[in-house]
Structure formats: structure tokens, C-alpha cells
Ligand binder design. Structure first.
Ligand code: ZN
Length: 362
């Protein structure tokens, strides 16, 4: 199962909107073949591991093998496993996809194959959280990221936000952008920094770029903004009330314009997130600014937090990493679960899960 999990990790995010799955075929005490899901529409992990043409053995797979359902484009893996004469299948997790859940395992058992579920479940679940959230709730998995000083400032009072954290922290952020489906910022950040929002791990522009999403309820973004000329797609979320000429100019710049309702504080994030999930977005890396992260947290949309903290103090009226209304009592603060702390260069990274959602107990 560890080999299957390692194979799945290699393709994390690249198979979206399909789950990233790994499989390992064992005969005797040897792993004789491995496979990981190909990008959308290609063969699944199990099919690749079984591709050698030999028969029998135990197949380890990180997610329940798929069963037939209407509209399915590839051969159901459960069927391929039966045809390959596999004697035993070890599955880490049952599928969250309602059309498959439980049916893959059932099909294998009906064919007389011994099936064991749960080995490696915790690791598979942690790896597949974006997929599980999107299939269970119809909304994407949101990771909120900020880089702040110890006193929680992301920019000085004058707006200068350059170089709060170091090179290693920025590199990690680029690695994250390279696997998620979408990077999200507010128009304030887009206006202040004119970011490219591309994934550039080790300074190289990735072949696969996340969808760039800018929240711009008031229609402030310039059609000349740098992100419109970068590789990859851009989506600008705005309100029905934004000026029509501005929407046309943004669309002419190459972005897709998505209109949402305005709900007093800003764009209706629930509506926007559902629209993104419907487009196959499983994961969102939300980079701020403070107002956007505040609204996402208050709406209960944040599933995971990555807080990069620089060993520095800004003081004064510097901009807060998380703004918007906030909580009235200290006891009501958003708390992270299963948090980890690590040193990243000269900075500290605090990570943890947030919000109410957790994968369904298997
Ligand atoms: Zn499959």
C-alpha cells in the first residue's frame, strides 16, 4: 500500500477532476507492477498496474476500483481486475463518488475476489481530501495561505508587502500552485501587486497552470493586468451589477467572467465555489488578501490553513492577514485541527485543518 500511495502522490492534482489514485500489484512477496491515474480520460491506476498481461496476485489500490456507470469513458477497473484473475484486492478508501461508492467492492466480491478495505486509509484520505470534499459536498477544497509577520501583518501601513517571508517559503507556495486546480485572490491584491499568479517552482513556469480566479465584485481590475497575458486561464468573478463595458473589456482580455449575487459583505462565495466545483475544480489555493481570507473563513469555506510566519514584527497600522468582521470573543477564534509546525528557511509554517468538513467516516 505504501508503494501505491507513493504512486498516487506523484500525480496529485494532475488527474483532476478525477481522483489521483495509485495501485501496486504484488505476486509472492514482490511488487511486480505499479500504476497511477493518467490525466483526465486516460487509463486508471489499476488498468496500468494490470497492463502486463500476466494473471493473478494481490492488487493494492488507494481508492475503491471504479464500477460501471452511464457515461463512463474508460473500462471499469473492477471489471479489469476480474478479467486479470486477481485473487485479492486491498483498498485503502471507499470512493466518495455516489455513482461508484461501495459498488466497486461489491462487484469484486461477487466475482469471488477477497477484498479488504482500510489499509492505508488515513494516508489515502489526507492525500485525496480535495476530491473527497468536492464529491461529498459539491464544493471545492479551499486552502487559505498567508505570509505574515509574527504580529499577523501582511503589508506595512503604506501597502508595501514585498519580501515578508523568504525564498524557501515562496518556493513552497509555487509548489502548491503547481498541483491545485485554482489560485484565488481578491481584486485588492491583484491591483496592489499586479501578480502573475502562475506556478513557477524552481523558477520554471509549469506546463500545467492553475486556473487564476480573481474576486472583483466592483469591477476594479484593469484589462491590462499582467495575469491576463500569462499562460493558463483566468476567471474573474464579479456581481450582476458590475458595469457591462468593464465585463466586456475583461472578457476581451481573455478572461472568463462569472457573475454571482452580492450578499451585502461581498460576492456570494457559496455560489461562486459551487460554480467552480461544477467546472471540475477540486482544490483552491486562496492567497488573500485579508478581506478575501476573512470572508472565506467566516463563510466556513476554508478546509486547510497554511500560515507562513516571518520572525519579524511590523507593528503600527500594517494590514492584517485576515480581515473582515472577525469574531467578537477570543474564545470564538477559528482554530486549526491536527496542526503541524515546521521551519521553512528562516520562517515558520503552521498548517492545519479548518472548518466543519471532514471526510465521511468509512
Ligand atoms: Zn477506475
Amino acid at each position: 500500500m505504501q508503494r501505491a500511495l507513493a504512486a498516487a502522490r506523484e500525480v496529485r492534482g494532475r488527474t483532476s477532476p478525477n481522483p489521483w489514485v495509485g495501485a501496486a500489484l504484488v505476486r509472492g512477496d514482490r511488487v511486480v507492477a505499479e500504476g497511477a491515474t493518467s490525466p483526465d480520460g486516460g487509463p486508471h491506476a489499476e488498468a496500468l498496474a494490470l497492463g502486463g498481461g500476466e494473471r493473478g496476485g494481490t492488487l493494492y489500490v488507494t481508492l475503491e476500483p471504479c464500477a460501471p456507470f452511464p457515461g463512463k469513458r474508460t473500462q471499469p477497473c473492477a471489471e479489469a481486475i476480474i478479467e486479470a484473475g486477481i485473487e485479492r484486492v486491498v483498498v485503502a478508501l471507499l470512493d466518495a463518488e455516489p455513482r461508484v461508492r461501495g459498488r466497486g467492492v461489491e462487484m469484486l466480491r461477487e466475482a469471488g475476489i477477497e477484498v479488504e478495505v482500510g489499509d492505508g486509509a488515513a494516508e489515502a484520505e489526507a492525500l485525496l481530501r480535495p476530491y473527497l470534499k468536492q464529491r461529498e459536498t459539491g464544493r471545492p477544497y479551499v486552502i487559505a495561505k498567508f505570509a505574515a509577520t509574527l504580529d499577523g501583518r501582511i503589508a506595512a501601513a503604506g501597502g508595501d508587502s514585498q519580501w515578508i517571508t523568504g525564498e524557501a517559503a515562496r518556493e513552497l507556495a509555487h509548489e502548491q500552485r503547481a498541483w491545485v486546480d485554482a489560485v484565488l485572490v481578491g481584486s485588492g491584491t491583484a491591483l496592489a501587486d499586479d501578480p502573475s499568479l502562475t506556478a513557477r517552482p524552481r523558477g520554471v513556469v509549469s506546463e500545467r497552470q492553475p486556473l487564476r480566479v480573481v474576486l472583483d465584485g466592483r469591477g476594479r481590475l484593469s484589462p491590462e493586468a499582467k495575469l491576463f497575458s500569462e499562460p493558463g486561464r483566468t476567471l474573474v468573478a464579479t456581481s450582476y451589477e458590475a458595469v457591462a463595458e468593464w465585463k466586456a473589456a475583461i472578457a476581451a482580455a481573455g478572461a472568463q467572467v462569472v457573475e454571482c449575487e452580492h450578499d451585502g459583505a461581498g460576492l456570494n462565495l457559496h455560489q461562486l465555489l459551487a460554480a467552480l466545483a461544477a467546472r471540475g475544480v477540486l482544490s483552491i489555493w486562496a492567497e488573500g488578501g485579508g478581506a478575501v481570507l476573512g470572508s472565506l473563513l467566516e463563510g466556513g469555506h476554508v478546509d486547510e490553513v497554511w500560515a507562513f510566519l516571518a520572525p519579524s514584527i511590523m507593528g503600527g497600522d500594517g494590514l492584517a492577514a485576515v480581515a473582515a468582521a472577525g469574531v467578537a470573543r477570543a474564545g470564538d477564534a477559528f482554530r486549526l485541527r491536527e496542526r503541524t509546525v515546521e521551519e521553512v528557511g528562516n520562517d515558520i509554517l503552521v498548517r492545519g485543518y479548518a472548518g466543519d468538513w471532514s471526510p465521511q467516516v468509512q
